[in-house]
Ligand binder design. Structure first.
Ligand SMILES: Nc1ncnc2c1ncn2[C@@H]1O[C@H](COP(=O)(O)OP(=O)(O)O)[C@@H](O)[C@H]1O
Ligand SMILES: [Mg+2]
Length: 327
């Protein structure tokens, strides 16, 4: 049994009289201790996928079908209390922009204490010891517990957020663009920290990013998301040699490697289609340099390739590839 198994998930937003199909048939699994990168441009449904898993969706959103199994239990059917018991203790999330998420008038230590006390009834002493331990895990001096958020740098605030996410020993940590708005060197440090913590604490991780290169050092598998769908699912070790979807390949060429000299980013021409009225064929066809007439008419088949590799594409070179199976 996988730790987390998401199958054919559909999450929609009501936008005026329209329905926006933000997550449209997403499936993936996460094993204990494994890390999955969820990658794609802005507006492709990554955050909505993450929020669906912990049911932190805004009021106008709804999971309309599909299944989310956490340790074999159906999350979509859990009660409010069931979800509260699961959130932070089993699965926790770190968002981008720690400045907005932290309370400016509370010390860092008190905020971490709140996170600890959400699920655990500990003595004052035990909480204090746990705060010190958590701060040191994220490489912050324990004396800084009495500081306020404005006394921390951006990178330290994000570390403090990670400490809060770890407060209840979750089995899965989700990082939603956890380094956006930080400078490049600090971004690399945060990724290193997450990777080290994942190994030490034997957590599974879902790392959400629009930057494909940033997750290659950290993740075991990559799910490339475009316009509400996972268009390719591939082991990171195979990404550079086996990436098959034209969107994945364009993403790979459009970001410089983290830590290397920052070059101008060539973004992919065009924009993500309107998800209230998505194209009937392949959603990427308007921007795809290899699009064929069939791509406009028919949704692409899902092709299973050797090595847990899945691609949704009409390209004959993929369909005819040795060992390919269709779904
Ligand atoms: N609260 C909301 N109400 C309506 N539409 C939303 C809301 N949040 C996100 N969306 C839409 O859902 C789609 C997916 O968004 P999101 O999950 O935030 O993507 P990503 O995290 O990949 O940038 C986008 O079209 C976005 O505009
Ligand atoms: Mg997002």
């Amino acid at each position: 049994m996988a730790l987390l198994e998401v199958t054919d998930l559909h999450t929609e937003f009501a936008v005026g009289k329209k329905t926006l199909h933000a997550v449209d048939g997403v499936s993936f699994t996460l094993e204990q201790g494994e890390s999955l990168g969820l990658v794609g441009e802005s507006g492709c449904g990554k955050t909505t996928t993450a929020l669906s898993i912990i049911k932190l969706l805004p009021g106008n959103a709804q999971i309309t079908s599909g299944s989310i199994l956490y340790q074999g239990e159906e999350v979509t059917k859990k009660t409010r209390k069931g979800i509260r018991d699961m959130r932070w203790k089993e699965i926790s999330i770190v968002f981008q922009g720690a400045m907005n998420a932290l309370n400016p008038v509370m010390t860092i230590g008190d905020q971490i204490a709140d996170a600890i006390l959400l699920h655990e009834n500990l003595s004052k002493e035990a909480v204090k010891a746990r705060i010190a331990e958590l701060l040191e895990r994220v490489e912050i001096d324990r004396k800084r517990a009495t500081n306020y958020p404005h006394e921390f740098s951006g990178g330290m605030r994000q570390r403090a957020m990670i400490a809060m996410a770890l407060a209840c020993n979750p089995k899965i940590i989700i990082g939603d663009e956890p380094t956006t708005a930080l400078d490049v060197m600090v971004q690399a440090q945060i990724f290193d920290l997450l990777e080290r913590l994942r190994r030490e604490l034997r957590m599974a991780m879902i790392l959400i990013t629009h930057d494909l290169s940033a997750m290659t050092d950290t993740c075991d598998k990559a799910a490339i998301m475009y316009a509400g769908k996972i268009v390719e699912y591939v082991r990171v070790a195979d990404l550079f040699t086996e990436a098959a979807h034209p969107y994945t390949r364009l993403l790979m060429s459009s970001y410089p490697r983290i830590g290397s000299e920052r070059k101008m980013i060539d973004s992919i021409p065009g924009t993500v289609p309107d998800l209230t009225d998505p194209p009937k064929g392949c959603r990427f066809c308007d921007r795809c340099p290899e699009a064929m007439p069939i791509c406009r008419e028919t949704p692409p088949p899902e092709i299973l390739l050797p090595g847990e590799h899945r691609v949704s594409c009409h390209l004959p070179s993929l369909i005819q590839k040795e060992g390919a199976k269709h779904v």
